[in-house]
Design a protein around this ligand. Structure first.
Ligand SMILES: NC(=O)C1=CN([C@@H]2O[C@H](COP(=O)(O)OP(=O)(O)OC[C@H]3O[C@@H](n4cnc5c(N)ncnc54)[C@H](OP(=O)(O)O)[C@@H]3O)[C@@H](O)[C@H]2O)C=CC1
Ligand SMILES: O=C(O)CCC(=O)C(=O)O
Length: 447
């Protein structure tokens, strides 16, 4: 089996050798899905996985805009339309200076499996730009978003490709993007998700990724007759996903002791309670400030510059910032400190070596494509409400989100449970996600 996997990865490397994040994501999937393909005749010899690693379409475009000083700025925009076998392309847009084809291809590839797991009819895509929103005025953000959409609009549509938010793209950016699309197309459709509540958005979409990550962890803990009550939780990031993961943990009786951003992390030994979290939300979403300002407001907390929070003692870790933020050394430290559950809110935050360490220790570990799928699932619910011209209540959407996270947990268990009872959620998520897409591809022929 090792040779088959190595041969496959060599082929992928030959075409994508300069794309480390994409190769990392493919390797993690290939190690679990190729053995399954070999054991199942209907998939064997059809090059299904080889077809899945090649984007159906990769759009790259120039984005020119004028900054507040009257200078012309040039950025690069992308949309990766990875796979549409089970539904229109669906996935977020990331605005961050590190954005490149490798990062977006890894995200789009993961999105295909994640969207398949949600049980909803959505294919996978991802896009974004190397534009850095940090320090930009609202007017600059608007001009950039309008310039970006002035090209993207011709590649998307409510039945073709439905983008949403990701790092650096929240409701403000979705508003500007939606406004430009509506103007250019002269139509009001559900072409983007994560919209404002008065113009087609869904209740619970802002909360959904963070809440879903915690719901998934609750499902994992339930297999051990355990829960969040009284547990110490370490969270990275302080953006959309981290904020709502923290909110849910606090509500269900856990103590959240850390949050972070790219400059470092804060540790609050007394726990970040609802009032302190309100301060963080205002700091990050309104003032657009840095996490270290937390210790000015709450001097009993400490700020650790330039570090991730994984050295702090915890029962549960929720990585909610970015890819490869948790490496093998961090995994060893978490384990040595007694961490028994890791549920990924971010996409691919743990390196493959770190994941192997978690598996070796037999702790509960959920890959982002399963545990953070609540965000895109609720985007799917937003699309449904848009099509129905209808609006569900907060309770209705939250109930559906909980059910979807439980369904994903069940799928992971079905395909990932080992003989000794241990659930390999990576294997489970990869195979369950693969089967639905592969079946659709086989039914539709070679296209
Ligand atoms: N929003 C969603 O619905 C979904 C998001 N995700 C994933 O969750 C993660 C977080 O996204 P989201 O919360 O929406 O994004 P936000 O832009 O709201 O927040 C991102 C957070 O991560 C931090 N961060 C970004 N890059 C780095 C870095 N290189 N090192 C350390 N910290 C970093 C940011 O700090 P700083 O401000 O300093 O950059 C910020 O605190 C991403 O991996 C995203 O792909 C997954 C599913 C859905
Ligand atoms: O809601 C969406 O469509 C996108 C969510 C997303 O980008 C993700 O799941 O990583």
């Amino acid at each position: 089996m090792k040779e088959i996997i190595a041969e496959f990865l060599d082929m992928v490397k030959e075409r994508n050798g300069h794309e480390p994040e994409f190769l990392q994501a493919v390797e993690e999937v290939a190690e679990t899905v190729l053995p399954y393909i070999v054991q199942n005749d209907i998939y064997y010899g059809k090059n299904v996985l080889l077809r899945m690693v090649e984007p159906e379409r990769l759009v790259s475009f120039r984005v020119c805009w004028v900054d507040d000083n009257g200078e012309i700025q040039v950025n690069r925009g992308y949309r990766i339309q990875m796979n549409s076998a089970i539904g229109p392309y669906k996935g977020g847009l990331r605005f961050h200076p590190t954005v490149n084809a490798s990062i977006l291809k890894f995200l789009a590839f993961e999105q295909v499996f994640k969207n398949s797991l949600t049980t909803l009819p959505m294919g996978g895509g991802k896009g974004g730009s190397d534009f850095d929103p940090k320090g930009k005025s609202d007017n600059e953000i608007m001009r950039f978003c309008h310039a970006f959409m002035s090209e993207l609009f011709r590649h998307i549509g409510p039945n073709t490709d439905i983008p949403a938010g990701d790092i650096g793209v929240g409701q403000r950016e979705i508003g500007f993007l939606f406004g430009k699309y509506r103007k250019l197309r002269n139509e009001f459709t559900g072409v983007l998700t994560g919209k404002g509540l008065t113009w087609g958005g869904s209740l619970i979409r802002p909360e959904a990724t963070g809440y879903g990550t915690v719901y998934f962890a609750e499902n994992m803990l339930r297999t051990k007759n355990d829960n969040f009550e009284g547990k110490t939780v370490v969270i990275s990031g302080s953006g959309n996903v981290a904020q709502y993961a923290a909110e849910k943990c606090i509500v269900i009786g856990a103590k959240v002791v850390t949050l972070s951003d790219s400059s470092g992390y804060i540790y609050d030994k007394d726990g970040i309670d609802a009032d302190k979290l309100k301060f963080v939300m205002h700091l990050k979403n309104v003032k657009r400030g840095r996490i270290k300002e937390y210790v000015k407001e709450y001097p009993e907390a400490k700020f650790v510059k330039g570090k991730t929070p994984w050295s702090e003692k915890c029962d549960i870790a929720l990585p909610c910032a970015t890819q490869n933020e948790l490496d093998i050394e961090d995994a060893k430290t978490l384990l040595a400190n007694g961490c028994m559950c890791v549920s990924e809110g971010a996409n691919m935050p743990s390196t493959n070596a770190a994941i192997k360490e978690f598996h070796k220790a037999r702790i509960l570990f959920a890959p982002g494509k399963a545990s953070n799928a609540g965000g895109v699932a609720t985007s799917g619910l937003e699309m449904t409400q848009n099509s129905l011209r209808y609006k569900w209540t907060r309770e209705e959407v939250d109930k559906k989100l909980r059910e979807i996270m439980q369904d994903i947990h069940n799928s992971c268990t079905e395909y990932g449970q080992e003989e000794d009872g241990y659930i390999d959620y990576v294997k489970g998520a990869n195979i369950a996600g693969f089967v639905k897409v592969a079946d659709a591809m086989l039914a539709q022929g070679v296209v």
